[in-house]
Every structure is written in C-alpha cells, then in structure tokens.
Design a protein around this ligand. Sequence first.
Ligand code: MLC
Ligand code: AMP
Length: 523
Amino acid sequence: MTNANLFAALRAAFPADLDQTAVETDSGLRYSWRDLDHASAMLANLLDSLDLPPSSRVAVQVEKSVEALMLYLATLRAGHVFLPLNTAYQSAEIEYFVGNAEPAVVVCTPANFGWVSKIAFKAGTQHVFTLGDDRTGSLLERAKHHSDQHATAAKAPNDMAAILYTSGTTGRSKGAMLTHQNLLSNAQVLQRYWGWRSEGQGGDVLIHALPIFHVHGLFVAMHGALINGSKMLWLNKFDPKTVIRWLPQATVFMGVPTLYTRMLAEPALTADACRHMRLFISGSAPLLIETFQEWQQRTGHTILERYGMSETIMLTSNPCLPDDRHLNTQGQPETERRGGTVGFALPGVGLRVMTDKGTPVEGDDIGNIQVKGPNVFAGYWRMPEKTAEEFTADGWFKTGDVGKVDARGYVTIVGRSKDLIISGGYNVYPAEIEGFINDLPGVAESAVVGVPHPDFGEVGVAVVTAKPGASVEPDAVLAALKAALANFKIPKRCFVVAELPRNTMGKVQKNLLREQHKALFKA
Ligand code: MLC
Ligand code: AMP
C-alpha cells in the first residue's frame, strides 16, 4: 500500500540534484533541497522523540521564516496535524484556539513565550517551544541533536493533515479539518491547471510574499512550488519594492489584491520588470476591475483570478492554458482570463448555484454557491452539528458566497450570504467585533459594516449606541478593541450615534449603514 502522507508526495517532487537552491530569502540566505530534507527530518525526529499519539495537533504562532516552513513539513512527516495561527492574534484569541484544539505541542515566538506558554500549560499542552524568524529559539536548539534521516509516517488519504480556524457569523471560530488527500489532490490539480513548468521547460520560480498561516500562502503558494520542485524567492514580510526588484528572476507571483495595488503604486513596476514573468495570480478577496485593467496596461500581463476558501482550498480559476472543457465561440478551448470573474470550477470540483429554497437557479441567475469534490474538508473539529449545518442533505458544502455561472461557465462572485468583511485578504467577522463592543461599559449596541477602502479593498467601520445616561467615546471603543483583538480586525473608524437604523422586523439595516459610510475612505 502506498503512503498517502502529503509529505511523501512533496518529497518525491524534490529535484534529483538536492544541492540546487530551493529557497532564497530577501536577507540573502539560500536553502538547498537537501537543507529542507535534512532540517525537516531533524524536526520530525524531535517530534517523534516526544512520544505523542498519532495525529497530535502542533499549534504554531510564529513569524514567517523558512524554518517555519520546515516545521510544517516536519509535522506532516511525523504524522501530526499542523495548526497555524495568525501572528496578530492576542491572548484571548490564542486561549480559545489552544483550549479548543488541545495541541500536544505549541510553538511560539521567543518574545511571546511568557504568555503563550502560560495559556498552553493551563490547557494541558505538554511541550512549548520557541522559534524566532532569525533561526533562534528552543525548537532548533533541540532539533539539532536529532538525526537528519527520517522515515515518513504512514498515513491514509482521509487522515487529517491540518486544521485551519475560520471565524463564524455566529458563535466561536471553527477548526476546518483538512486531510492529506484534500491538500494533495488540490496541489496536483493546480500544478496541471496553472501549467507549472519543470526544470526542462525553463523551470518556474515563485515569489513567495504571503503569510504562511492561511490557505493562500501555506497551501496554494508553498505546495505549488514544492510539488513542482520549483525554487522560491522568499520574503518574510511583503514589500512591494523587493518584489519588483525580484520580478526579472521569477516567473510566478501570487497575491491578495492589496499586494497588487501596492505594487501599482511603485513607478518601478514596468513591462520590462515583468519580462520573464509567466503568471500573476490573485485571490482571497475580490480583485477590482480597475486593478485588473491597470495591471494589464502597465505590465502587459493579465492577472489570473481564482477563488477558494479554508474549508475547500481552491475551487475555481480563470484559465492559464487553453481549457478544453469549455469552448469559445470559434469552438476553440477557452483561454480568456476575464476580469471580475473567478473563472471555471477546477477539474474535479463540482460547483452549483442554488436558490434559498434549495433548488437550482435558472440559467445565469444569482444564488448560493455550493461545492463538492476531493478538496472539500472533512468537517469542523469537534463540531458535528456545525458541520452538518454547512452541508446539504445530498453532500454539497455551502460556501456562504453568492454568485452566478454564465453560459460560458465563468463563475462570478457577487456577494456573500455570510456577514463577513474581507480586509487586505484577512477575514473579519462583524459578529465577533460587535460582541466585544457590546460588552464595553456604557454601550447599548453596535453594528460593524464593511466599506470600500483604496488599500485594503474593504475595512470595518463600527457604529455604536450608548445606554441611556451613559457616554461612549469612539476612541475609547477602538482602544479597547486594540488591546484585545488582532490588529487587522480593528475597525478603522467608530461612530457613536443615537440609534441604529432598523427595518419593520427590528433587524439592524446594515445596508443603510454601508451606504451612509461608503465614501469615508474614498481615494
Ligand atoms: C494590517 N492591518 C490591516 C491589515 N493588515 N488592517 C486591515 N486589514 C488588513 N489586512 C493594519 C495594521 O495592523 C496597521 O494598523 C495598519 O493596518 C497598517 O499596517 P501595514 O503595515 O500597512 O500592514 P502590513 O503589515 O503591510 O499588512 C498588509 C498586508 C497584510 C496586505 C501585507 O494584511 C497581508 O499580508 N495580507 C494577506 C492576507 C492573506 O494572506 N490572506 C489569505 C487568506 S486565505 P495599526 O493601527 O497597527 O497601524 C483565503 C482563501 C483564499 O482567504 O481564497 O486564498
Ligand atoms: P477564508 O475563510 O479566509 O478562507 O476566506 C474565504 C472567502 O474568501 C471565500 O468564501 C470568499 O468569500 C472569499 N474569496 C476568496 N477568493 C475570492 C475571490 N477571488 N473573489 C472574491 N472573494 C474571494
């Protein structure tokens, strides 16, 4: 029986010459494929030495680094479950994730060891290590005493490989359980669909500039390069100037729309700088048609927009190579990357658009997007009822996105049925922020809405009412939020008003608030 461990497939794709460069960083470090292999073996041996039960959770809240990538590989290799956490999360948020996931191992930054280890030990975690973004910390200290040879743990396709927490419109965050098969099947489909080039064909080189605690940077970008044995140019933190300086040495770039708008603000972004580039990919948030067109005019390249989510990894993509599942008016395989659309359902992914009554929409009418396929997650960690709620009786996953499919097969996302703000590619759930504001002294109620923003695409604005006789200061509300929540969740503005607009059913009319504040950040 073959081993379905994702690491085995990634390792099999390493080039034969392990001395080639696998990753080159902006601080001038070079890591060979042998380095990735040996260091991940040492870390996997360290995990093995802890005698953990199979499929233990390894929760990781560290700054981006190549060593963090090695830790991810080591976790897979040792047969455990990787649980990445955004570095912006603060103590109350970490307390929830650690309490819910019950990780056997927690890895945090050296600077956060004090408070993170306290939370972890309280939750029953036995092992807390530190890892800095400058190759410091107890994790590497301990790993260096272990062998650089390791036999990959045997895994079945449906064994869990990672848990990604996603917030909910109601209640607490849910841990989406992704299996080895989910991750591998999606990586293989994307490798083919995006035409990743092997060394013999000129060899793709990826600029990796995204955080590695979410689907986009961790799976789509990193697996993309690894499963193709392709080199990565690696930035721990996105910087538009560095990316542009690197473009002539690269062929593939992936970003959320904010990364594209920030690069467009740089005069050094020219067609000449992009002369060797093959593919620019955007996702995680809607790409404005203006950005799509400006990029085309400035660089001569057409951004390929794709759509996915934590629970499903990638679902749809505009074509990269001619897609013979869809023929154009001349009867030729479709090649057009259409701005404003997220392209076609990927091979193997079922996608349908349904009415609120649960029947298929007519033609290209708008409705709820539901999906099926080997990429769809195994359910929410220890939340069988929530899992059941998010699937239809016939087994389709309800994305919470609203959209349509046109006669040519292109999918367009037109909105969301879930109350969610996507800011710079990060998800912010108004219910979480409102719950926090409502608990502040003097606050009667609140509504958080998303409004357009030139840099982040969309940002949160809080509208608050005070209890009779109480006075509430907008700045105090924001300061209280800042002290407790991840920075990207903090509304960019707060207004205290006499009352919130309501419809006849008594429900707050968020659409009116959005309309009222839509020009707040107009460029
Ligand atoms: C930072 N800030 C944000 C923010 N990022 N506010 C709203 N939204 C964000 N995304 C805050 C900072 O705390 C700071 O506030 C102020 O905004 C300015 O910070 P900055 O220095 O300009 O931000 P920076 O560190 O440069 O980060 C911006 C960014 C980052 C765009 C590079 O947000 C980022 O890497 N986004 C990518 C997210 C991503 O990978 N998403 C993929 C999800 S996967 P203050 O008050 O402290 O000054 C997914 C599935 C799929 O969705 O389909 O891919
Ligand atoms: P996350 O929970 O972080 O994985 O976010 C997933 C959500 O991001 C999806 O449900 C969509 O609402 C949104 N999303 C991802 N890609 C796109 C895109 N290209 N256009 C519009 N929305 C997107």
